[in-house]
Design a binder for this molecule. Sequence first.
Ligand code: ADP
Ligand code: MG
Length: 484
Amino acid sequence: MATYTLEGRTGTWEIVVGLEIHAQVISESKLFSGASATYGGAPNDHVSFVDAGFPGMLPVINAECVAQAVRTGLGLKAQINLESRFDRKNYFYADLPNGYQISQFQMPIVGTGTVEIELQDGTIKHIGITRLHLEQDAGKSMHDQHPAKSVIDLNRAGVALMEIVSEPDIRSPEEAGAYLRKIRQIVRYLGTCDGNMEEGSMRADVNVSVRKAGEPFRTRCEIKNVNSVRFVMHAIEAEAIRQIEVWEQGGEVVQETRLYDPSKGETRSMRSKEDAHDYRYFPEPDLLPLIIEQSWVDELKAKLPELPDEKRARFCAEYGIPFYDAGVLVADQTTADFYETVAKGRDGKLAANWITGDFFAALNRTGASIETSPVSAAALGQLLDLIADKTINGRIAKDVFEEMVETGAMPAEIVEKKGLRQVTDTGAIDEAVTKVLADNQDKVAEYKSGKDKLFGFFVGQVMKAMQGKGNPALVNEAVKKQLG
Ligand code: ADP
Ligand code: MG
């Protein structure tokens, strides 16, 4: 693996990155109230007295959110803590009616784990997970709805978030991108977060520092709330370059919170550690410690879906396809299921080739997704069957496939309607070969005087005369025989 470095005036620099990912939990209701956790709705439609911070309202833990956190922890191959606690993180902001956020500070529900990432050059690397904890989201302040006032929408207030903290194991923008995509893939497989960064249901705080090779870590800066994989990668590079300049000019990087501005491609200071918040964390007095049973964890584990790494390995072993192809096919659950429906009981390699080749190309061209594709897994499977039982040849199969994309018809229907069955009648093939050779006597003479290359020409002409429907092996044989 090539190490990613940046050249400065004083030498070569390495970057060090750790990510804190906020992932919104998929659940019907909020972390501590029965209000709906669905995205959207009219402002303040999904707000209970608990979410609005009314006096005397008490939080009640939502077991499904806890289960989602445990599932995610298991997906990250992490330690599940049977006892965890909630704390109050105090700060004042208009979208936080209680004046504090309930979060897990000292004792998170999930401890250390590990995530495998794959880089462009095929290298596999493991990124450590420090912890995953549960916390509430805040509401939303809007400053563009009224000329003189800010308004607050508390629909999001109290929705469950998982904060997934990585070790500072990431060493390049590429690794950060691969890590983020992998986390997104895992939570989507698990059904614990929809991973939609554009809608804000997954966002990352990016910690960046730089150092000379072999040095201990230097001071980091934290870039808040970056909301796309691409921006995370750009922000890391921009921030690393800024820090290198600071160090090389004899200055010192100060630990601070920064914001990334995608339009300028730079980070700027938001608040320094000196005026950083003192959150006055203390144990949440309204909630008991969260105690879960190992048997319940085991139950959740037994019901986990097969995860992308395991599925990829199984696809390679079971269907004999290359590791790379398997990676493409397990990118998401829908693609993996589609592949498996087509491949089951058939030639797995041929299925993989058709899906990653013609099928994906057709989706690209038509802007369809697997769900809206006119070609179903059953239809593509039938096409492979028609090739396997030699009803059609590979060449005609391409035409049949295009027709399937256009009309959504089943391949067997298309073959019958258009009379595309492969011709295996050797009499008909011989007849076509005789005619082609008779029409091209000059070329036959050239062939006989040693121009071997012309063999392909004759086969092509025969196929053309038979509208592509000749059985390729039989045509080859017949041409060879008649040329003597
Ligand atoms: P805090 O509690 O102040 O947020 P943490 O120790 O929890 O600090 O670290 C937060 C994140 O910063 C983690 O993802 C961690 O991997 C990352 N991190 C820690 N030290 C460094 C460093 N020197 N350079 C880059 N990232 C770092
Ligand atoms: Mg932090």
